[in-house]
Design a protein around this ligand. Structure first.
Ligand SMILES: CC(C)(COP(=O)(O)OP(=O)(O)OC[C@H]1O[C@@H](n2cnc3c(N)ncnc32)[C@H](O)[C@@H]1OP(=O)(O)O)[C@@H](O)C(=O)NCCC(=O)NCCS
Length: 142
């Protein structure tokens, strides 16, 4: 079984395919969520990150940041990606904070009206480039 070790969690490859790498997030060998790189474009070196920790009881313990940091490191150092991006609801402050701690920056906003015609939602596009990742690594090493 292919595993990537984080500080508190491990990522276990569940369903690899050419365009998508799906991992289980394991806490002491127990699955607590999933994280994936989807829409992998090997030529441009871009992929979209998605994550969910299933039980809200386990939110806000640092596991999300650990999983995101671990997968981003794998994306740049092993998969040779150029950019990892994600979409998040602008109201999801916990997720946004988690992504910022992992080095993601806000790149733009999409506003869209949901099918009922009245409700509007705002989606943030966030990303981390290979250059930013290496800059961050250098700062950590100092
Ligand atoms: C989003 C998610 C993966 C984050 O994982 P997590 O383990 O809960 O996140 P972490 O504990 O690593 O980090 C969360 C940070 O947000 C902060 N935070 C939580 N709620 C917050 C709020 N309302 N406002 C501001 N910051 C908030 C926490 O304090 C923590 O920061 P800190 O370590 O500086 O104190 C997880 O909460 C989850 O699976 N949520 C449900 C699914 C989801 O929203 N997925 C993302 C879709 S884009």
């Amino acid at each position: 079984m292919s595993q990537i070790m984080g500080d508190k969690i491990a990522l276990s490859l569940k369903a690899p395919s050419r365009c998508r790498m799906l991992y289980q997030i394991l806490l002491k060998e127990r699955p607590i969520g999933e994280i994936e790189l989807d829409q992998i474009a090997w030529r441009s070196g871009e992929a979209e990150l998605k994550i969910e920790i299933f039980d809200s009881f386990l939110h806000r313990h640092g596991y999300g940041t650990d999983a995101v940091t671990t997968l981003v490191e794998h994306a740049f150092l092993t998969m040779n990606m150029n950019r990892v991006y994600l979409r998040v609801h602008a109201t999801n402050e916990c997720a946004i904070r988690c992504y910022e701690k992992a080095g993601f920056k806000k790149l733009g906003r999409l506003r869209r009206t949901i099918t009922d015609g009245n409700t509007r939602e705002e989606i943030l596009l966030m990303g981390i480039s290979r250059k930013d990742f290496h800059k961050q690594e250098q700062c950590r090493a100092v």
